[in-house]
Design a protein around this ligand. Structure first.
Ligand code: FAD
Length: 394
């Protein structure tokens, strides 16, 4: 089968890219290859469901630009396809004096990123928004929202089919060969040929790039995020979204509370090294993948300065008490009895050969191939804008 474009990966980046291409160039013969039987089985279907405002990201970065641009495109899509969304707002709380400088920096960053109606609020104002919280000061960010990204992904899949795109499920990409005229993609469901290949393989994006002999200077390190759910009778503790002040050295936001669009409340996710790229439980181990991580010199460069933080996350993963302690900083009355185990997701976080966790999105282009090599949070929010960037490379 010959295609103009083959996209590897039926997560939100692959799907929005396919949708954008078919909208802009309807004659394109396009195929998505997805190894699972359905779309959104990995990061996209296992995330927190937050429409991020863009407050956290360095002004001028791809994350900041595409997050801001992506919200509008995502909301338009959801409106068109009757997908429920709610712009419910969130609070980021400084619980002690040491967190105040970080809170103020974040507020300035949010303003620099053009986030509207951002305000610094005091403790009584915080209590009006989130009565069960405690804190010295907080940022109220009304532009944050919630959505079910699996719902978005399924709507995209249907629309891609309507626009004439093909999707083949259970097609694991195993090898790629590029010559001067075309690229041949070898999968568990047969061979497919294209002019341009776009790799949106998430947790395996580096592996897929390596098949294409692209020289890459990073590896995906899988960081699992584990959630608890609040019991229905404890949901009164949280009105919307409640976050701590994040540690600016890490790309993760710290355990927080999220109201889902279906009314459930989640606490988490933490961030622990997963022992497999798709290691959704503590006991999932892929020896080859773990070995690769542990023998990657950059991994140890990263661990050296941050082992204490990593250990703390591990402790929170194994001890519900430690997890609850972290949550009690935001909501003092919450107890272990309010929480039942929830789901988990694994973040595909790129680590550069230098030992730095890549802070920004990272997309590289070779002749006839484009590889999306770092698209962690807020890439679901930003997905439609990232897709436009990718289309710009074609
Ligand atoms: C715990 C967690 C919470 C998050 N919370 C948020 C949030 O609230 N808001 C937000 O904006 N972002 C959030 N994110 C980030 C967001 O979910 C991701 O950035 C986004 O889903 C990335 O989409 P993707 O398409 O790149 O990857 P994925 O959704 O992982 O899709 C990649 C696809 O490629 C397929 N694939 C891989 N290898 C192959 C192969 N060899 N052959 C064929 N197919 C292959 C996989 O099966 C998969 O379907 C969160 C992420 C996690 C993990």
């Amino acid at each position: 089968m010959k295609y103009d474009i083959i996209i590897v990966g039926g997560g939100i980046i692959g799907l929005t890219t396919a949708y954008t291409i078919l909208k802009e160039k309807p004659d394109t013969k396009l195929l998505i290859l997805e190894k699972e039987p359905h779309v959104a089985q990995h990061q996209t279907g296992r995330n927190s469901g937050v429409i991020h405002s863009g407050i956290y990201y360095k002004p001028g970065s791809q994350k900041a630009i595409t997050c801001r641009g992506g919200i509008r495109l995502l909301m338009d899509f959801c409106h068109t396809y009757a997908i429920p969304t709610e712009i419910c707002g969130k609070v980021i709380i400084a619980v002690d004096e040491s967190e105040l400088p970080g809170l103020h920096d974040l507020y300035e960053r949010g303003k620099a990123n053009g986030i509207g109606n951002l305000s610094l609020i005091d403790s009584p104002q915080l209590k009006e928004l989130e009565p069960c919280t405690t804190g010295l000061k907080a940022i109220h960010c009304p532009e944050t929202g919630i959505v079910d990204y699996t719902h978005v992904a399924n709507a995209l899949k249907n629309e891609i089919s309507t626009l004439g795109g093909d999707i083949i499920f259970s097609a694991n990409v195993e090898n790629i060969q590029t010559n001067t005229h075309e690229t041949v993609v070898f999968t568990s469901s047969g061979e497919f040929t294209c002019r341009t290949l776009i790799n949106c393989g998430g947790l395996y994006s580096d592996k897929i790039a390596e098949m294409n002999t692209a020289e890459i200077d990073m590896k995906i390190i899988p960081f699992r995020g584990e959630y608890y759910s609040l019991k229905p009778e404890s949901r009164y503790l949280v009105k919307n979204l409640i976050y701590p002040v994040p540690d600016p050295r890490f790309p993760f936001l710290g355990v927080h509370f999220t109201r889902r669009i279906n009314g459930e409340i989640e606490a988490g996710p933490n961030a622990v090294l997963a022992f497999a790229r798709e290691g959704y439980t503590k006991s999932t181990l892929n020896f080859t993948e773990l070995f690769e991580t542990l023998t990657y010199p950059a991994f140890w460069k990263m661990v050296k300065p941050y082992w204490r933080t990593g250990l703390g996350e591990m402790v929170r993963s194994f001890s519900k008490k430690a997890f609850v302690n972290a949550l009690q900083k935001l909501i003092p009355d919450i107890t272990a009895d309010d929480l039942i185990p929830g789901g988990s997701g694994v973040r595909a976080q790129a680590l550069a050969n230098t030992g730095q966790l890549l802070d920004d999105f990272y997309i590289i282009q070779h002749e006839h191939t484009i590889h999306v090599l770092n698209a962690p949070s807020p890439a679901a929010t930003a997905s439609f804008a990232i897709a436009r960037e990718i289309v710009g490379y074609l």
